[in-house]
Ligand binder design. Structure first.
Ligand SMILES: *[C@@H]1O[C@H](CO)[C@@H](O)[C@H](O)[C@H]1NC(C)=O
Ligand SMILES: *[C@@H]1O[C@H](CO)[C@@H](O)[C@H](O)[C@H]1NC(C)=O
Ligand SMILES: *[C@@H]1O[C@H](CO)[C@@H](O)[C@H](O)[C@H]1NC(C)=O
Ligand SMILES: *[C@@H]1O[C@H](CO)[C@@H](O)[C@H](O)[C@H]1NC(C)=O
Length: 354
């Protein structure tokens, strides 16, 4: 599943909601709780049990009709990459890596220059342990129309050991995900957040999905295209964007994908409004607009090249064990005048320093 945005998005969207419009018009099936202030965190049953009213368009998962449309109908673009060798990193890559407890030194930074935007590269910060190759990630990103892709300026690719999926830090132009989430469906969704927070609402802070213009249209419909879209206005907006992209690239549009679907009219106002404000960005085969593109990251930070001090600062006793098999969790340092000598793959011992 394509996942959510940086948490302050919720705070900001909630603040905007409170002042602009008390919204009670996306309904739960049981009719008891106003949308969207129900998340799996506050109420585990609210989304998982499918109690929200929604059209249930089958567009999100890999292999679904919507995802297939992106895979087959969005053209990829050629690109060149160049590795940064200056031991620097965009500040957002650096702080998000640290934020989640990873080490910046375990990531490599590249410029990726696409043929649909030849003078202005994007940045990919890739964990050396990420599952897809740089080329696979860059190829999948190349399918995002340049007019959407320009809402972001950098991509952070975690290894599969990251305990999250994929997120948009829209204010700063960063999309961060683990490698297995760099598929077209998730990328369309996450770029939708960047369009929402950057292209449509460049003044910080704010998202278009928090404005009264959008909330009024949502109220007219009262439905979201997906279960995930019912978790917040921002997620609903990003998933309406999925529908709009299908509408614009699929022959015959969303009505041809889901002939006679009884619920398409239930999101029709949102689709039409989204088209009017952002439809131009949701077209295949576009080029970037340098006056709109999220600027290349600035304020680059130095990446420490030395291995950080191990958090385990205890020292082993003279002739004591200081290393071993991968399951060894004891001290790995020896006291002054002693050094850790590996005797075999399973055992290392503090011996007098030479
Ligand atoms: C249409 O929406 C209703 C109400 O949410 C839902 O019960 C029904 O399953 C939907 N129909 C389809 C075909 O998705
Ligand atoms: C969604 O579409 C896929 C591919 O056509 C199909 O295998 C799957 O059963 C569908 N899921 C639902 C919930 O309709
Ligand atoms: C990456 O792109 C930036 C912006 O165009 C440029 O200043 C920098 O020299 C490039 N770095 C590499 C390694 O290509
Ligand atoms: C990239 O997209 C292809 C489909 O176009 C998909 O099969 C692959 O899994 C994607 N890569 C990742 C890392 O998700």
């Amino acid at each position: 599943m394509a996942i959510l945005t940086f948490y302050t998005l919720f705070t900001l969207a909630a603040g905007a909601l409170a002042t602009l419009l008390p919204d009670t018009h996306l309904h739960r099936r049981d009719g008891n709780e106003p949308y969207p202030f129900c998340t799996t965190a506050t109420n585990p049953s609210c989304v998982n049990s499918g109690r929200y009213v929604k059209p249930d368009l089958n567009i999100s998962d890999a292999g679904s009709p919507g995802d297939n449309a992106y895979v087959t109908l969005l053209p990829s673009h050629t690109f060149t990459t160049s590795l940064w060798t200056n031991q620097k990193m965009p500040p957002m890559c650096y702080s998000v890596i640290n934020h989640y407890g990873f080490r910046p030194v375990d990531f490599q930074v590249y410029n990726v220059t696409y043929s649909d935007c030849p003078t202005s590269p994007w940045v990919i910060c890739r964990s050396i342990n990420a599952s897809p190759t740089l080329s696979q990630i860059a190829t999948n990103l190349s399918k995002m129309p340049a007019s959407m892709r320009q809402a972001a300026n950098a991509y952070l690719v975690f290894s599969e050991s990251w305990d999250r999926a994929i997120e948009s830090w829209w204010e700063d132009g960063l999309i961060a995900g683990k490698g297995s989430f760099y598929g077209p469906g998730a990328l369309v969704h996450e770029h939708g957040h960047a369009v929402d927070g950057y292209l449509l609402f460049p003044s910080i802070p704010g998202v278009y999905s928090g404005t009264s213009a959008w909330l009024n249209v949502v109220s007219q419909d009262g439905y979201s295209p997906t279960a995930y879209g019912t978790t917040s206005h921002a997620e609903n907006f990003a998933d309406i964007g999925r529908v709009v992209l299908i509408e614009n690239i699929y022959p015959g549009g969303i009505n041809a994908m889901f002939p006679n679907h009884p619920n398409l009219t239930r999101i029709a106002n949102q689709v039409a409004h989204f088209q009017s404000v952002a439809g131009a960005y949701y077209q295949a085969g576009t080029t970037c607009d340098l006056s709109k593109k999220h600027p290349f990251p600035s304020g680059l930070v130095d990446v420490p090249t030395t291995t950080p001090t191990p958090t385990n600062t205890a020292t082993a006793t003279p002739y004591g064990q200081c290393g071993g098999a991968t399951t060894y969790t004891g001290p790995t340092a020896c006291g002054p005048g002693w050094s850790c000598t590996t005797l075999n793959p399973w055992y290392a011992q503090c011996t007098p320093a030479p």
